[in-house]
Design a protein around this ligand. Sequence first.
Ligand code: AMP
Ligand code: MG
Length: 300
Amino acid sequence: MGTKKKHGKKHGKKHKKKGEKGSGSPFSDALRVSDGFVLADVDQRSTPAFDGDKQEGKDALVAADGEMDDLQERLYAQSRSGGRRRVLLVIQGMDTSGKGGIMRHVVGAVDPQGTQITAFKAPTAEEKEHPFLWRIRNALPQPGMIGVFDRSHYEDVLVVRVHDLVPPAQWKRRYATINDFEESLVEDDVTLIKVMLHISANEQKERLMERLERPDKYWKFNPGDLDEREFWDDYQQAYQVIMDRCSPERAPWFVVPADRKWYARLAVQQILLEHLRDLDLRWPEADFDVEANKERLQAM
Ligand code: AMP
Ligand code: MG
């Protein structure tokens, strides 16, 4: 595609110049997909924007909990006084890429009242009767909420493309449909953050083997995952096409190297934090007379 739209100024919000050094968004800047991105060139064991080791990474994750709580509460507070801003974090990745760990360790650390997680499985009979975005629209976060998608509408150009679950003419149209849909979300006060957890084929093999070697992990193993693994290259290609066609400047992808779980968790948390900070979330002004209410309470 190659036509990257400029940041809109429609909301009168200030946008930091992305991609600039020292912009205060090191993880987002290091991991954002832009023109010429090549998935196969990403080292899945690398740790962009972070110099520390595993323990330091784990410590950094925990250290950011307080700020995350504060920002989430501000987002929610704004919605109580009429704000429409919401966040949608989309998580995609091959089987065993660590999506569940993101839900537990990153999203799980945030106030559950402020988050809405939706996991998308193969569509039900009812969902199949509707256009592919129907179930996605139904799961969009309410104002003030942080919505998280464990898989998403991108499955409709991943598994569906790899196996031609619908005729090619139909899935080929979906890239443009997705771009229009996401543009409408961004226009509608949704802060959209799309993350691919990028693991290597070797790492997937190890993680699947672990599920077969540990009785406490059998439940996570699905023999069908081996069938899908046969299509590894096709999936990688399908992801590359997504990065080529569905990463405009206002709704970019972030590709997170995910062979090191601790890094992937830290990176997703930091990308989320960087976006929340950018929203410049103020506590809402009181819509009542603070002094008068103080005086009244004093007298009670
Ligand atoms: P899991 O996330 O491991 O529970 O697996 C969910 C399964 O649902 C995966 O195999 C996905 O590929 C599949 N899935 C999700 N969305 C779709 C879709 N739109 N069409 C077909 N399969 C899907
Ligand atoms: Mg699975």
